[in-house]
Design a binder for this molecule. Sequence first.
Ligand SMILES: [Zn+2]
Length: 366
Amino acid sequence: MLSCLSISDGTACDSHFLELSQLKHTQGISCALDLESDGKRFGSLDLSHSDNENAFATIPIPIVVIANGPGPTVLLTAGNHGNEYEGQVILRRLILETEPDDITGRLIILPALNYPAVIDDARVSPLDGGNLNRCFPGADDAGPTSAIAGFVTQALLPLCDAGIDFHSGGDSADYLACAFLCTCRDRTVFARSLELAEAFGAPYTFVVHGEEAPSGFDPTAQSLGVPFISNELSGGAGVDRLATRIGHKGLNNALVHLGLLPAERKQESGTTTFLDAMTGSSLVSSPITGICETAVDLGEYVQAGTVAARIYSLEEVDRPPVELKFEAEGIAVVRRLPARVVRGSHIYIVATEIGRDEVLNSVGVP
Ligand SMILES: [Zn+2]
C-alpha cells in the first residue's frame, strides 16, 4: 500500500509514479540495502511522499548494516523523536568506530529513524505531525510516520534478537539518566528485556506498563518476541556529556551481554536501580498559566508535602505565586524544562524504588 502518497486527481505523473512504486514498495517505503551479507554497508529506507512542494519525492532515512557471520541481530535506533540528540551521536559514533571484524552477528542501525523530524530539529514529523513512538505497529493508511513504524515492524523487527531505542527529554523535559523497561505478557521476553536493561547499566531503570500501550515501539517489539529496551538519557536541546558517556557505555555493555562484542570489551559499570512507574509514581501539574520556578533537583528524594514549584502570574506582579507540593514521596525522575506553563502542564514525575524480583513478578503469564 502507498499510504503516504497523496495522489492528486488526474495528474499523470503521480498516477504513473504510483504504478511504478507499487512494484517495489510496501507501505510507501522501499529499501534496496542488502541486510543479509557480511560486511558494512550504508543505505536508506526510501520513504515516498507527496505534498504541495513535491508532487512526489523520496525521503532517504539512513540505515547501516554491519554483519559478520552467524550470531545475534540487534536493532539500534535513535531520532525516533527528532530533537533528542545524545542517542543520535552515540549511534553515529558506533557506525564510524565499528567494523565487521569487531562483532559477531549483525547490527542494524538507524540513527535518525524519524528522519523528517530530525531534519526539522523537532520532536514530531513536519510531514503529518506524527509522533513516531506512538505510531507503532504502523498502518497502511495513516501517513508517512506510520509508514516508518510499519516498515520497522514488518521488515526489521522480525530479523532481530534484541533492540534498543535511544531517547532523551529534548527541549521539553529533563530526565535522570535511565533505561526504560516496558512490562509485557510474555515473561520470558520480559525477563530478557530486564536483563538487557541491567546490562545497559544506567543509574536507573524506569519500569512502565507495556501491556496497555499497543502503539509503542517497545511493546510492539516485545509482542513479536524481541527483547527490547529504550532509554531517556538527559534533557535539553544539546548533547549532555555525562548522559552521552552513560549511553555509550551502556550500549557497549549491552552488546557484550548479547554476544555481539567479546567479553573483554565489557566496561566497569554500576548496578541499575529499578523505579516503579506502574503504581509507585506521581505527577505534579500546574493548575494555572504562568512562569514556573522549580524547587527540587533531579535525583532528590522528596517527601509528600515538599514544595515542588512556584507558579507566578504573568500579568499580576503583586500576586503571590501558587505553591505546588509533591503528593507522594519518591525520587524526582523527570522535570519540565520550559519555564512557561499552562493549566495541566506536568512539572515533575516522582517514582519509588522497586526490587528486581518484584519487577519480574509484576505482570505476565508463566
Ligand atoms: Zn523521545
